[in-house]
Design a protein around this ligand. Structure first.
Ligand code: HEM
Length: 445
């Protein structure tokens, strides 16, 4: 095997920024969904956005933290007139779309597609433009450039928009620091956040490179998929008041409440992992990117006395813990951004305001990464021997969720966990490389 085949260098100047670069902190972000009513206009749009989208190269440029990304749904590819042979070369999950997989993803009842915010989950969403920046001024500048690419064109309609912004607390709406754990990607030059995790093969996150199983995903033609990746967008409404009431009614003191919250998440709200400080919070550790993700589970805490096996972070990445299966092939890059105002401290009644997370997954395998984690790890407990227990934070618990806090001398079991998170909509998208955007622009038939 050649040196290059063993250690592929990613063509980062062809990969969109949003794929590889962690978002800035703090941040503002905007999502805009477009519908293509005219194929030619759609292709012209691709040509124009190719000039606005930045690549993951040049991390030191002053604007490196501000970027526009563009992703297409399967319906979007069809609207551009992508040939059938090419359409068929994309993954089955992508071709079906998120709404079609609602049952498997736990999007039922109030989270079911028929209750989603329109037009999410319909055939109208073709293109999603995302702009991210550390501040409003710069965001507006890049957004204006992106808007110019479609505003004056007939045949392109902006049909949905979601603004996001970091909360003053720099946490997600339940109050936990987020954006901490990221995998390292071989050949990207961008470090991961856990020094104990071996970098993952590039093909786990970008098409056209070898993945952990030795496979290389290729599309027809190859340029269309190469350096691109699948993106999952999910608008997740968070019931903050309900989450707070659950903590209060299951705890004896404010300290107890914080411990309970940490046990459900696997980290204190400061971001400090229970794996490293199981008995009390350590805000300094929580804020230290060199230490706050430097841990494994198996040797130190196989049974989950520190970090419960059912906690959100241990479910969504069991690391080296003994589970049915292999965690490395189910990793993902996350790019979540919060929306809506924070619920003021101490408020326990719902104020009716929509707030939550625009969850964004990045990965080359919708099935064995996003869908597997969502259905088998978040919405099931069999993989670590906990029957049908679901994630206490992000699981579709209905009204009957259960969570076990492993402790001595007796474990503590919580019942009647409601849905703290409701799906308001989502889409499976593909974020093409820059050459692929130009290929789409040049389509002729
Ligand atoms: C509104 C719903 C959700 C909230 C509030 C939430 C919150 C969090 C927080 C606070 C962390 C820890 C900090 C960090 O590492 O960034 C985290 C980690 C993580 N979450 Fe979520 N999350 C949600 C939904 C999801 C979903 C739906 C998935 C996957 C399908 C997911 C996958 C992950 C993963 C993979 C990690 C990293 C685990 C690790 O490596 O330690 N999360 N989440």
């Amino acid at each position: 095997m050649t040196e290059e085949a063993k250690n592929p260098v990613l063509e980062i100047d062809d990969i969109q920024s949003g794929v590889l670069r962690p978002r800035p902190a703090p941040y503002v972000a905007t999502y805009i969904a477009l519908r293509i009513d005219d194929r030619k206009a759609g292709r012209e749009l691709m040509r124009r956005v190719a000039g606005v989208v930045t690549s993951a190269a040049n991390p030191t440029s002053p604007l490196a933290d501000t970027w526009v990304s563009v992703a297409l749904t399967y319906e979007g590819f069809k609207a551009l007139g992508v040939p059938q042979e090419s359409l068929d070369s994309f993954s089955w999950e992508f071709r079906q779309g998120m709404a079609a997989h609602a049952q498997d993803l736990g999007d039922t009842g109030e989270s079911a597609p028929e209750n989603w915010e329109k037009p999410l989950g319909t055939k109208d969403v073709h293109v999603i433009i995302v702009a991210v920046s550390p501040d409003e001024g710069q965001l507006e500048t890049v957004l204006e450039r992106a808007r110019k690419s479609y505003r004056e064109m007939t045949g392109i309609e902006a049909i949905w928009r979601q603004n996001c912004h970091a909360l003053p607390t720099e946490t997600e709406p339940f109050g936990f620091r987020d954006g901490i754990s990221h995998p390292a990607i071989e050949g990207s030059g961008i470090p991961g956040s856990n020094p104990q995790e071996q970098p993952l093969k590039a093909g786990e996150f970008v098409l056209g490179y070898a993945d952990e199983m030795g496979g290389v995903q290729k599309t027809v033609p190859e340029v269309l998929g190469r350096n691109g990746t699948y993106i999952v967008f999910r608008k997740l409404h968070q019931r903050v008041a309900e989450f707070r009431r659950f903590l209060t009614s299951n705890s004896k003191s404010p300290e107890d409440e914080e411990l309970m919250a940490a046990k459900m998440m696997g980290r204190w709200r400061s971001g400090a992992p229970l794996a490293r400080c199981p008995f009390h919070d350590d805000p300094e550790l929580g804020a230290d990117p060199h230490r706050n993700n430097d841990f494994l589970f198996q040797e130190d805490d196989p049974a989950g006395f520190k970090t419960p096996c059912g906690s959100h972070i241990r479910r969504s990445n069991p690391r080296d813990a003994k589970i049915a299966g292999m965690a490395r092939i189910h990793r993902m890059i996350r790019r979540g951004t919060a929306y809506g105002p924070p619920l003021p401290d101490g408020v326990l009644e719902d104020d009716g305001v929509d707030r939550g997370l625009m969850f964004a997954f990045v990965g080359a395998h919708l099935g064995r990464q996003f869908e597997f984690v969502q259905s088998q790890w978040i919405n099931d407990g069999v993989f670590f021997g906990a029957g049908d227990d679901k994630d206490p934070i992000a699981g579709s618990n209905g009204d009957g969720g259960e969570f076990t806090w492993t402790r001595r001398p007796v474990r503590k079991r919580f019942q009647g966990i409601p849905n703290f998170v409701v799906t308001r909509g989502g889409e499976y998208c593909f974020m093409p490389g820059l050459s692929a955007l130009r290929w789409l622009a040049d389509l002729r038939t």
